[in-house]
Write a protein that binds this ligand. Sequence first.
Ligand SMILES: Cc1cc2nc3c(=O)[nH]c(=O)nc-3n(C[C@H](O)[C@H](O)[C@H](O)COP(=O)(O)O)c2cc1C
Length: 157
Amino acid sequence: MKVTLVCKSVSHGNTQRVAEAMGQVLGARIVAPADIDPAELADCDLVGFGSGIFYQSFHPELRRFVASLPTRHQGKAFVFCTSGFAEPPFRRYVTALTESLERKGFDVVDAFDCRGLDTMLPFSLVGGVSKGHPDTTDLAAARAFAENLQARTTTTR
Ligand SMILES: Cc1cc2nc3c(=O)[nH]c(=O)nc-3n(C[C@H](O)[C@H](O)[C@H](O)COP(=O)(O)O)c2cc1C
């Protein structure tokens, strides 16, 4: 199974650690959006798209990359993120990225999120929120998520 994780992790490497935990299970290549030609995704069985959350959205570089993808992609995808807080009901950024990918033809099969150290002002004044995350429990959840995904993708392909 060919798997690529497109990951933009700029703040503390939080999302990169999650990508690496998933990538170990999936045998995936992990790349930043700037380091991959969109055409390279064409022959992937599964593509993960992830970043930290900034001002209630996925990182703009990841969103621009998705917008640049050709339409009529055939294949499965999932979305992952880390953030200081859980997704609020008034700003469904996971759904927004999922819908962008679906408009490109991806079959988006799942999403994963966990907390990540957040040092945005004013939280940095107290050392940040979600300190210590992603922690070993978060990374174990990321691995379990990937194992589940792998089992489902392999059997439904
Ligand atoms: C400028 C800035 C804006 C942020 N905005 C949000 C936000 O809107 N919601 C949230 O839950 N976390 C927010 N965060 C926290 C990040 O999503 C969190 O630190 C994430 O784990 C960063 O991932 P990374 O280390 O992979 O870049 C923000 C952090 C920064 C520095």
